[in-house]
Design a protein around this ligand. Structure first.
Ligand code: HEM
Length: 456
């Protein structure tokens, strides 16, 4: 701690306030955006920020990111993740060391092309259901609500094998209601101490919330075990049960934690990326038209039942999604606690140092992305990105702890957006013309995104 604090006194950074340090910036989107855009010119390649009494170091240069994210020795998460337990659970995202490494190996081996092809069928089914719902709406809609619902239904089916039509699921599932408490804790210094936090109403809420998620999952798991057909891995829960049968260190508690982790990891991240992409396509219709041309051709040739290979062929749409993720990376902060000291040019970060990485900042560095505020999918044409550093685009993080659901997420986003483009011309409603972003554990559009749908 003292070595990082000493370093934090030496390195430049935004002016801290007494007691809270720089934590209140979380609530001030405008100031955050300004720091995000100007920090390289103002502070150089590294800056410090105080979260109350906790010193943190922000890095954003691709070669610095590679030194941390690319290293198999720097995979430990820091204190921020222990505040996410109510939301993300104690699974792959928050665990460290041997447990993380073994779980990652066990689970990753199942995320192969056959599994993804099965997932794509579920994405298509839910996209078709979404179109039916939208056909019955009056055309002027808050698309964020519809997308959130659809993504959550996909997850209930993929993780638990539960069908969206099941009324009981709609009313009973606690995964619809979770409240994120991390930013409350970061902005109130006394809540950083676990024992004090437990005494507050937030602490209480967290315990209730977490037990609801776990009890629901446990119930589904028990039903599944009772009615299980051997060798039929329809849901992730089936896969987790299979893993636990061959690996005795993967316990029932682990199954529950990992199921909760996947339910939450795949929720807001995907729905906010879809919503932001739709925002940009509605705002810049020339890109929308071009993406639709590609989608029409591919969906025609596969008779509206795309497979992984068809979605992989949607290269232009892929560039539109990537460019939306560049400007609005769903996960705005990735953090690590250094397991060993690290030398970055002329700065030495001590072991134990809290390193923060903000894709938002890296994605706006002018030397990597000229005219960074402009939405331009062509940046991601393969011929235009050749000279860019592999760690200059990190919405899914990178290295050994990158997003395990990266391919799954890209396929899901492409499926849902392609069905929307196939069925509608999308126009931006005036009230959403200017994007106001809230910086939470996942990025979201303040007030949602309002669009007008014109049936084709
Ligand atoms: C657009 C959608 C998504 C984005 C932008 C995204 C982004 C990320 C990022 C940045 C991380 C690293 C977090 C960190 O190091 O702090 C991560 C980890 C992870 N994500 Fe995603 N994610 C998305 C969708 C998904 C989906 C759909 C799933 C599951 C099906 C998923 C599962 C995971 C898991 C399990 C990890 C932890 C990996 C590990 O630590 O080994 N993500 N994701």
């Amino acid at each position: 701690y003292f070595q990082t604090a000493l370093l934090a006194f030496k390195v430049k950074g935004p002016k801290p306030l007494p007691f809270v340090g720089n934590a209140l910036l979380i609530n001030d989107s405008k100031k955050l955006e300004k720091i995000g855009s100007d920090c390289y010119e103002e502070y150089g390649p590294v800056f410090r920020a105080w979260i109350s009494f906790i010193p943190t170091i922000f890095i954003y240069q691709p070669d610095h990111l590679q030194a941390v994210l690319g290293s198999s020795k720097q995979t430990d998460k820091n204190f921020l993740y222990s505040y996410m337990h109510n939301f993300i659970g104690e699974g792959l995202i928050t665990n460290n060391g041997y447990k993380w490494l073994t779980h990652r190996k066990y689970i990753q081996s199942y995320f192969n092309i056959n599994y993804l092809d099965r997932c794509v069928k579920t994405f298509s089914k839910h996209s078709k259901m979404l179109i039916k719902k939208l056909d019955n709406s009056d055309g002027l809609i808050k698309i964020t609500n519809f997308v959130n619902d659809s993504v959550l239904n996909v997850l209930h089916e993929i993780v638990f094998g539960l069908q969206a039509e099941d009324e009981e699921l709609k009313t009973k599932s606690p995964f619809r209601k979770g409240k994120l408490l991390v930013h409350e804790r970061l902005t109130k210094p006394w809540m950083l101490f676990e024992f004090l936090y437990r005494l507050t109403s937030y602490g209480d809420m967290e315990i209730t919330q977490k037990s609801k998620l776990q009890n629901f999952t446990k119930q589904v798991l028990e039903n599944k075990k009772a009615n299980r057909k051997v060798n039929r891995e329809h849901s992730l829960l089936d896969i987790f049960i299979k893993i636990s049968e061959t690996h005795f260190d993967f316990t029932e508690e682990d199954i529950i934690n990992e199921a909760c982790t996947f339910m939450l990891a795949g929720q807001d991240s995907v729905s906010s990326a879809i919503s932001f992409t739709l925002y940009f396509l509605a705002k810049y219709t020339e890109y929308q038209d071009r993406a639709r041309e590609e989608v029409d051709e591919i969906l025609d040739s596969c008779e509206n039942n795309p497979k992984v290979s068809d979605l992989n062929d949607m290269k232009y749409l892929g560039c539109c999604i990537k460019e939306a993720l560049r400007l609005c990376p769903s996960v705005p902060i990735i953090a690590r606690k250094l397991s060993e000291k690290l030398v970055l040019d002329d700065i030495t970060l001590p072991s134990g140092c809290n390193v923060f990485i903000a894709p938002y900042i890296t994605h706006r560095l002018k030397h990597l992305y000229p005219n960074p505020e402009e939405y331009n999918p062509e940046r991601f044409f393969s011929e235009n990105g050749k000279s860019r550093h592999p760690y200059s685009f990190i919405p899914f993080s990178a290295g050994p702890r990158n997003c395990l659901g990266y391919k799954f997420a890209m396929l899901e986003m492409k499926t849902i957006i392609s069905y929307l483009l196939r069925n509608y011309c999308i126009h931006l409603d005036q009230r959403s013309d200017k994007l106001n972003v809230l910086y939470r554990i996942t990025l979201r559009a303040k007030g949602g995104i309002w669009i007008k749908l014109e049936k084709r």
